[in-house]
Design a protein around this ligand. Structure first.
Ligand SMILES: Nc1nc2c(ncn2[C@@H]2O[C@H](COP(=O)(O)OP(=O)(O)OP(=O)(O)O)[C@@H](O)[C@H]2O)c(=O)[nH]1
Length: 209
């Protein structure tokens, strides 16, 4: 898989655009137009592979609308679900998004970091620089992520350029690893299929002797 779609979800003003722009340009830009949804594109080289990454940045209305949100969950190969540590209502919104992912794909949360139908999800508590105004404890974030078997970290789009790059790269890496594992599961290995063939031919004959 060389084309990877990442959706960045979360309620209004949690810093979705700030995180995406930080990842794309390494810069933090204070204000963004938020009335339109956007898809950004980036070429990435990961473990020697060229990847085309599409990043979906919804406008706030999309994240509030359940059917639009469902479309995004279908669309993405991997997800970052963002809340603002200084805004409890944004944490509740992140919870609702994770619940919806689980509702849409019940039984998918079997492997760590794969909450939505085997697709990687990381819960991100943004605006860590505002910890003096914190409304959501680190442990609450951790617990929610554990409940949904997704990754978790707190960071600040405003202050942590490296961490932001790392979390996006990690989701991309997990998507690649997941798609490789799926391919392996789909295609039986050469020796196994040869063994099956031999068994079909000779196994049956032996039975009739
Ligand atoms: N202090 C601080 N402010 C941040 C951080 N990240 C984003 N912001 C600010 O939070 C506000 C909202 O950021 P956006 O990136 O527009 O948030 P959004 O989630 O894309 O918002 P919508 O498009 O309305 O859904 C802006 O004023 C940003 O400057 C951060 O890490 N720390």
């Amino acid at each position: 898989m060389n084309d990877i779609k990442l959706a960045v979800l979360g309620s209004e003003g949690v810093g979705k655009s700030a995180l995406i722009v930080r990842f794309l340009t390494r810069r933090f830009i204070g204000e963004y137009a938020s009335l339109t949804e956007c898809i950004y594109r980036k070429r990435l080289t990961l473990d020697g592979r060229q990847l085309n990454v599409e990043l979906y940045d919804p406008c706030s209305q999309v994240c509030a609308d359940k059917s639009a949100l469902s479309d995004q969950i279908h669309w993405g190969d991997g997800f970052l679900v963002i809340y603002d540590i200084s805004d409890r209502s944004s944490f509740q919104a992140a919870k609702n998004i994770l619940h919806l992912m689980r509702e849409m794909h019940p039984g998918a949360s079997k492997r760590d970091g794969e909450a939505a139908a085997g697709r990687p999800v990381v819960l991100v508590g943004n605006k860590q620089d505002l910890c003096h105004m914190r409304e959501v404890d680190h442990e609450e974030g951790q617990r929610l992520a554990a409940d949904h078997r997704c990754g978790f970290l707190e960071l600040s789009a405003a202050e942590h350029s490296q961490e932001v790059a790392l979390v996006f790269s990690k989701v991309v890496q997990s998507v690649c690893a997941g798609s490789k594992a799926k391919e392996r599961r789909r295609r039986p290995s050469g020796s196994k299929s040869m063994a099956k063939l031999i068994n079909n031919v000779f196994g049956k004959r032996r039975k009739s002797v």
